[in-house]
Design a protein around this ligand. Structure first.
Ligand SMILES: [Zn+2]
Length: 274
């Protein structure tokens, strides 16, 4: 994948990589162009003039719709710019409160779970998948049975669950739900197409549950620590430079255990419930 050069990856589906490679974005954000005669743009990415130009140059027809999976800064800030340039309709859910949200995204049409965008060429169905972000939507492309997964699932790494908008309990429920959707492939917001959706979802659930088991074991062996103090025990295999991110995911695990009735916090110190 090369930034700025669209690749046709399926019937009427093109992928265009944004020029924002980095630690949190991998090779960069994938923008998808769906349709051959009238185009829907899915996740226009950051508000990069270069990328907005590339989207317009690579679209095989007029851009009528812009869909976003969620309103993190690497997915939606290009939307209002692209809409201003094309007159396209904006679809998705508005940003929830929080400092990492793109406040410029204001949808013309607010999508709920099950809502569809149907054109003469394709049908996309919204699947509300809270967890990574409370307003996260995946889109199922009905003809190919592909799911555009945004940051719900990405290739090559697990996603950060950052409370309070990120919610581990909802994330696991949203993963579980994908298993009932009859999917042929996952088209993620970062990285290449994933062609074994069921195994991938099973692995992700298993990975999170193994981490939860490690959280429980660490609470048993080291009760009454803060999240920061607990992090090196739970993420002992992770580079210390990444522990500030791991701390966020650990907090997400702890809040899930608290909701499940398995852990409690007193003065920000955590222990298993007795
Ligand atoms: Zn995100």
């Amino acid at each position: 994948m090369i930034a700025g050069v669209a690749e046709q990856i399926g019937a009427g589906i093109r992928r265009l990589l944004a020029p924002n490679a980095g630690m949190m974005t991998g090779p960069g954000t994938n923008t998808y162009l769906i349709g051959d005669t009238e185009v829907a743009v899915l996740d226009p990415g950051p508000a990069s003039g270069k990328h907005i130009d590339a989207i317009q140059q690579n679209a095989p027809g007029p851009i009528r719709w812009i869909l976003v999976t969620h309103t993190h800064p690497d997915h939606s800030p290009g939307a209002s710019k692209l809409a201003a340039a094309t007159g396209a309709q904006l679809l998705g859910q508005p940003p929830p409160p929080g400092r990492v949200q793109d406040k410029t995204f204001s949808p013309d049409r607010i999508l709920q779970d099950g809502d569809v965008l149907e054109t003469g060429e394709f049908l996309l169905r919204a699947v509300h998948t809270p967890g990574h972000a409370s307003n996260h939507i995946c889109y199922r492309h009905e003809a190919t049975r592909w799911l555009f997964t945004g940051d719900h699932i990405m290739s090559g790494s697990t996603v950060v669950i950052d409370p309070p908008d990120g919610n581990m309990k909802h994330y696991l429920e949203s993963l579980q739900r994908l298993k009932s959707l009859d999917l042929a492939a996952l088209a993620p917001g970062h990285g290449p197409l994933i062609e074994n959706p069921v195994e991938t979802v099973d692995w992700l659930i298993d990975h999170r549950m193994r981490r939860e088991a490690k959280v429980v074991a660490s609470l048993r062996n080291h009760p009454d620590l803060t999240v920061r103090e607990l992090t090196p025990f739970v993420y002992d295999e992770v580079d210390r430079k990444l522990h500030h991110l791991a701390e966020r995911s650990l907090l997400a695990h702890l809040l899930k255990l608290e909701l499940d009735g398995s852990a409690v916090q007193v003065n920000n110190r955590w222990r298993l419930s007795s």
